[in-house]
Design a protein around this ligand. Structure first.
Ligand SMILES: C[S@@+](CC[C@H](N)C(=O)[O-])C[C@H]1O[C@@H](n2cnc3c(N)ncnc32)[C@H](O)[C@@H]1O
Length: 408
């Protein structure tokens, strides 16, 4: 595709906001597209993809561009120009890689770039474009599996919908897009993969609550809770409620859902989504201190702990996480996860069940936390089932889920 100056300027600006101003990539892209409604579908797709791919391959591009740091506007231009040169090889596309004769690209020598790129491919952490410390943690915790997972995490994620069975059904949502435009997922009966990315949020079917956007692997987590209509379910880290809404579907709108979080704006968003989804059994509660949890001791038939985590399992969707995560955050978040697991679990009734889930590939945030829990509380709890989804082998995002039963 011919490079249009306006689009490349917008790309440079967006990257400055992400890397210099530390803004979230998805928000930057969303704002950029909203503030330029006249751009056509092709330009919008080019921009979003170009920005995400540059963020994903930042370290590889920086090496190919022979840049030590990227702080000044000319560095950002060099990064964007360098990406256009290596993009066909990196993404196996047929796009040409000849740069326009713009002053900002004058100093880029394509031959040097391509030779540096070949060198980069020999070193995993540069070829896979990850910080040293993430490569080290990944290898230490996952061993041989790390390389194939991180390789898979560097591909664009599929675009997946969850059919809201409170308002619609699989066939009806498929017909909104057309049989030939979608794929289904045998293991996940409410998941539909759109073969081509598109803006679904303007669709009438979305506004009427027939579907939500949710990865198929994520849809396995509420299903893991072994839900029955009529139960009281607490979703203790509900966020904006992707999984809460699915829980309501699985309960067939019968019973009670109490959705908690420490961030009020997320619960407000959940309430809006719940109205769109036709959810009638939801109460939300802001966790301000331990008393919220104390008031709910032994109230839940089912508890979902979709705990905050490193997000390393969803790097395909949030590639900027690689650059924003700090090693110290891992320790802090493991402590938070342990606090949530060891204290929030008291909200489950005797005979009730809970699911502990993360979107991390790391056992230290997942399996190890559950092992510690069973070691400390094994007289009251038993581990019933555990599942890890593989990005490389199954194509889902990388989730961990454990189903535990309170026996006493
Ligand atoms: C992985 S996200 C949840 C995603 C959500 N369940 C969904 O499906 O969309 C983790 C959530 O935990 C919340 N959180 C962080 N610390 C918490 C705490 N101590 N207690 C409860 N929620 C917490 C965060 O605000 C965040 O919304």
């Amino acid at each position: 595709m011919k490079l249009y100056r306006g689009l490349i300027e917008a790309t440079v600006q967006a990257l400055q906001q992400i890397f210099s101003d530390k803004q979230q990539a998805d928000r930057v892209v969303e704002r950029l597209l909203k503030s330029n409604p006249k751009w056509g579908a092709r330009d919008r797709a080019f921009l979003a993809e170009n920005i995400y791919e540059i963020v994903r391959w930042w370290r590889l591009i920086k090496f190919s561009a022979s840049l030590e740091k990227v702080t000044q506007p000319d560095h950002f231009w060099k990064m964007v120009g360098t990406w256009q040169i290596i993009k066909p090889a990196q993404l196996h596309t047929e796009t040409d890689n000849i740069l326009p004769e713009w002053a900002e690209f004058e100093e880029i020598n394509p031959e040097t770039v391509l030779s540096r790129y070949q060198e980069a491919l020999k070193v995993r952490k540069i070829a896979q474009s990850i910080p040293d410390w993430i490569d080290e943690v990944g290898e230490r915790e996952l061993g041989d599996k790390w390389e194939k997972e991180i390789t898979a995490l560097n591909h664009q994620a599929p675009f997946v919908l969850r059919v809201n069975t409170l308002k619609s059904d699989l066939q009806a949502v498929i017909s909104v897009f057309g049989e030939d435009k979608v794929e289904t997922v045998p293991e996940v009966p409410t998941a539909i993969i759109l073969k081509k990315r598109q803006n679904v949020f303007g669709q009438d079917a979305f506004k009427r609550g027939f579907f939500e956007v949710q990865d198929a692997g994520s849809q396995l987590i509420p299903a893991f809770l072994d839900l029955k209509p009529g139960q009281t379910v607490i979703d203790a880290c509900a966020g904006a409620g992707g999984k809460t809404l699915q829980i309501a579907s699985l309960l067939e709108n019968k019973g009670n859902i109490i959705a908690l979080d420490i961030e009020n704006y997320k619960l407000e968003e959940l309430q809006k989504r719940a109205i769109r989804n036709g959810v009638k059994i939801l109460t939300t509660g802001l966790i301000k201190n331990d008393s919220t949890v104390k008031d709910l001791v032994e109230k839940a038939d089912r508890l979902l702990l979709d705990v905050p985590c490193s997000g390393l399992g969803v790097l395909r969707r949030n590639p900027d996480t690689k650059w924003k995560l700090q090693p110290t955050f891992l320790n802090t978040i493991r402590n938070t996860q342990w606090h949530i697991l060891s204290t929030y679990s008291k909200m489950v009734k005797r005979g009730g069940k809970m699911v502990y889930a993360t979107c991390s590939l790391l056992p230290s945030e997942s399996e190890d936390q559950v092992t510690r829990f069973i070691m400390e509380f094994g007289d009251r709890w038993r581990l019933m089932n555990e599942r890890r989804t593989s990005v490389a082998d199954e194509g889902y995002d990388g989730f961990y889920m454990a189903l535990l039963e309170r026996i006493k």
